[in-house]
Design a binder for this molecule. Sequence first.
Ligand SMILES: C[S@@+](CC[C@H](N)C(=O)[O-])C[C@H]1O[C@@H](n2cnc3c(N)ncnc32)[C@H](O)[C@@H]1O
Length: 193
Amino acid sequence: MSPVGRGRGWWGPRVRSAPLVGLLFVLIGLPAHAQSQAPSLDVPFVPTPAEAVSAMLKLAGVKQDDVVYDLGSGDGRIVIAAARQHGARGVGIDIDPARIAEGERNARAEGVANRVRFVRQDLFDADIRDATVVTLYLLPRLNQRLRPKLLAELKPGTRIVSYGFDMGDWVPERSVEVGSSAVHLWVIPRRPE
Ligand SMILES: C[S@@+](CC[C@H](N)C(=O)[O-])C[C@H]1O[C@@H](n2cnc3c(N)ncnc32)[C@H](O)[C@@H]1O
């Protein structure tokens, strides 16, 4: 991991290539019937690479007393790693029932089913007030749409880490490079008295 500035991909100044290209390939590759039968996803399932998962948890400084929420939790790898590697508790939120079942299976297989749970829900409706860390691998426009919810509902001091994508003009406290991608960290500020 090394500190980075803003990425400079062909789609604009703030996005680095690997995470977005991965998401686009999965979406284009889905057959039409699969797309129509699947739950309505704002972003397809593309897993964060293991190296980036470790970097996200390290950048957020995850510890045993943290509650890590992954919004769009996929196969559960981030909350499972938070429990296995740092002893934290985790909550995975995903709208796709297949992903929820996969996350629960993986948590059992990794021996952390007592520390993580999964909720099938639209991430924009989720109750995230319990979180001390929030992890994201979504899309730039989803990060932007989520930003008011994060700022309104999360406790001051809660850390947010995003793989690949930033939050527009909300400048990260820190960014690190993992391979050809960036991981960004923000901290919820104290609210005015
Ligand atoms: C790019 S994957 C990231 C998976 C996981 N967080 C990771 O980093 O490996 C995005 C996930 O978001 C889920 N998702 C898409 N739209 C959603 C929504 N509106 N609410 C909750 N989950 C959603 C998808 O099912 C998918 O599992």
